[in-house]
Design a protein around this ligand. Structure first.
Ligand code: ADP
Ligand code: MG
Length: 432
């Protein structure tokens, strides 16, 4: 037994986030910000390794957000500060910044924020104003919960408003088409300015989710559906388990999975594996098994995961849309789909690790309705669908299992589907 209570990463309330970011801004820049904008991290409920195959994903926005107090400048200078870098303010110029690997390269986290302005200028919004900004984020870094997209998306909604781009709409009436365009710009920021080759799921979740809903995202065309998933109203919660394990994706595993999917699609004569209907899967697997290469077994397993995972996602979406409370048999079925997703990722996609497997097993044994790894795998986070009043008990059971296994202690988040990026109540921008 461990005597230490499990460690939960707290979500700052909107008021706390506003106050912290505003206080830092005042201290460093000795002025009032125009406002405080925020953007959430995200966690994916189901639909893993489906994005680059043109399939479906089902993320929610977390209550954990990046808060950005920002003031428009009349020149092209950008100055940035965060609690981690209080000693040193990053200063750059929109006229000289450029992609990673070029002379204008921007260091570290500043690239995720200044890079959004750079990208929007490439998208036709010329001559954007510079800005001063103070960042306070409570999205855990590098835990697969998309702290990077939270940075980009908070900058996107802030710049949208102070530069009058008219893309984001308001929190009450979000402009989904405009937000989709912001997503494209945040993805370009991450790919080119930060040099991280990611798809658009993180930014779509942060900008396009709805409170109390999951976001069904069709990764082929970026279209979305808001799926009722009001966990708080149902007496449920999502326990997010940050395994703290880092089995790097840089060792080629991610690239190898993508390459296998592309080879399988080519052999099957389709553009993307999402083109294989679940009814046609047995025939497709027979064809892959009959290929000459020594990777036939690998192609069969990878394809089976992708096609069944898209089907599980579709089934969970249909279940959540049936208008009935998420209880009884419906809740059990939702849990079974999550469990089956993890098994498929473990056995067929081979992208889990002992820390992820132990987390989901311990969570299920402690009463979780369903549990699975989430994100790219090889470490990162797992999720468990639990009764709201059991969150701490399940977390304790996972922490004890980790101690028995000799793993580092995990960290936890208590999550419900939260609101997308927007502006926190504060004075209206003074610059016109
Ligand atoms: P994830 O998005 O899964 O958390 P990434 O590696 O994509 O992991 O992004 C993490 C990076 O984002 C960090 O290395 C850092 O550059 C930046 N970042 C995120 N949050 C903050 C923060 N609060 N302060 C400074 N940098 C941050
Ligand atoms: Mg990221």
């Amino acid at each position: 037994m461990t005597n230490d209570a499990p460690v939960f990463a707290p979500a700052l309330s909107p008021q706390e986030g506003t106050e912290a970011a505003t206080a830092l801004f005042r201290e460093v820049f000795e002025a009032e910000p125009d406002g405080v904008w925020y953007a959430p991290g995200r966690v994916n409920i189901i639909g893993e390794h489906t994005d680059y195959n043109g399939g479906l994903a089902l993320p929610i926005a977390l209550p954990h957000r990046a808060h950005l107090a920002l003031r428009r400048r009349e020149d092209r200078v950008v100055r940035l500060v965060s609690p981690q870098t209080r000693e040193k303010v990053d200063v750059m110029d929109l006229d000289t910044i450029g992609p990673k690997g070029t002379p204008g390269e921007v260091a570290h986290w500043a690239s995720y924020i200044a890079g959004v302005a750079w990208s929007l200028e490439r998208d036709g919004f010329e001559n954007l104003p510079g800005f001063d900004a103070a960042l306070v984020s409570c999205v855990p870094l590098g835990g697969g919960l998309s702290s990077s997209a939270a940075l980009e998306c908070s900058a996107a909604v802030a710049i949208d408003e102070v530069a009058h781009l008219g893309l984001a709409g308001t929190a009450q009436e979000p402009d989904d088409a405009g937000r989709a365009r912001l997503v494209t710009n945040c993805v370009r920021t991450e790919n080119e300015m930060a040099g991280a080759p990611t798809g658009g799921m993180d930014q779509s979740a942060s900008l396009r989710c709805r409170e109390g809903h999951a976001l069904e995202l069709d990764c082929r065309d970026g279209s979305v559906t808001h799926v009722p998933f009001d966990l708080a109203a149902e007496g449920l919660a999502l326990l997010v388990i940050d395994t703290k394990a880092k089995h790097s994706l840089d060792d080629g595993q991610y690239g190898a999975r993508r390459a296998a999917c592309e080879r399988a699609a080519e052999i099957l004569g389709v553009e993307l594996l999402a083109d294989i209907a679940i009814e046609d899967l047995p025939g497709a697997l027979e064809r892959l098994a009959a290929t000459d290469g020594d990777d036939a077994d690998e192609l069969v397993k990878r394809t089976r995961h992708v096609v069944t995972e898209i089907d599980r996602t579709r089934r969970l979406v249909a279940l959540l849309q049936d208008g009935q409370p998420l209880r009884g048999e419906k809740l059990s079925e939702a849990g079974r789909l999550m469990d089956a997703s993890h098994e498929s990722l473990r056995v067929d996609y081979e992208c889990t690790c002992p820390e992820l497997d132990v987390a989901v097993e311990a969570a299920r044994a402690a009463g979780a309705h369903g549990a699975r790894m989430t994100g790219g795998g090889f470490g990162g986070s797992a999720i468990a669908l639990v009764d709201a009043d059991a969150v701490h008990d399940v977390a304790r059971a996972v922490a004890e299992a980790y101690q028995r296994e000799g793993f580092n202690p995990p960290a936890f988040l208590d999550a419900v589907p939260a609101a997308p990026a927007g502006r926190l109540a504060c004075a209206a921008p003074t610059h016109r």
